[in-house]
Design a protein around this ligand. Structure first.
Ligand code: HEM
Length: 148
């Protein structure tokens, strides 16, 4: 029977991105610029407007917590992204390409290239897992079942 190698290295936890100027105030500016562009987008603007009907400030603060947790590993975000997106029934998979394009443009407009690349790499990974949660369904009787 295979035994566990006690000297095997566990997978390394993702490290905070350390860069002069990358702090909560900067992340807050990035978040506000990005959602300003989202709100002006003809496809995504109405989707967000329907979901966030009142004051945008709590959403912007929550998203600042989220990106600080992702990039700086400060633990400030405690929410659950999957249920927040699964309930958005008008969103289709191709909307993520628009979201990622706007996010990438904002990151490159505001950050040095290596920091922009780190934001984008994480955004793409999280977008992939959100898309799986929202759109991937096994056929009801399992893989290989023949539709009735
Ligand atoms: C087409 C793509 C997307 C759309 C239309 C979308 C839309 C939304 C909306 C409308 C909300 C607010 C929900 C509410 O407060 O009721 C929300 C929350 C959120 N979104 Fe997205 N989103 C998208 C992609 C993403 C991606 C790619 C990420 C991460 C990289 C992300 C991260 C979050 C987070 C962290 C929240 C807060 C969840 C919570 O704790 O309540 N979203 N999104």
């Amino acid at each position: 029977m295979p035994t566990r190698n006690p000297q095997a290295t566990p997978p390394a936890a993702e490290q905070p991105v350390e860069h002069a100027g990358l702090d909560r105030a900067f992340v807050g500016r990035l978040v506000r610029t990005f959602y300003g562009r989202i709100r002006r987008d003809e496809r995504l603007g109405p989707i967000f407007a329907a979901a966030i009907t009142g004051d945008w400030e709590p959403h912007l603060e929550k998203m600042t917590d989220f990106w600080c947790s992702v990039m700086l590993k400060d633990g400030s975000y405690q929410g659950r992204p999957v249920p927040a997106h699964v309930k958005l029934t008008t969103v289709v998979e191709s909307d993520f390409a628009i979201w990622l394009r706007l996010f990438g443009e904002t990151a490159y407009d505001l950050c040095p290239p290596d920091v922009a690349a780190a934001f984008i790499e994480r955004a793409e990974r999280i977008a992939t897992s959100l898309k799986l949660a929202m759109f991937f369904r096994l056929p009801p009787h399992g893989i290989g079942s023949v539709p009735a």
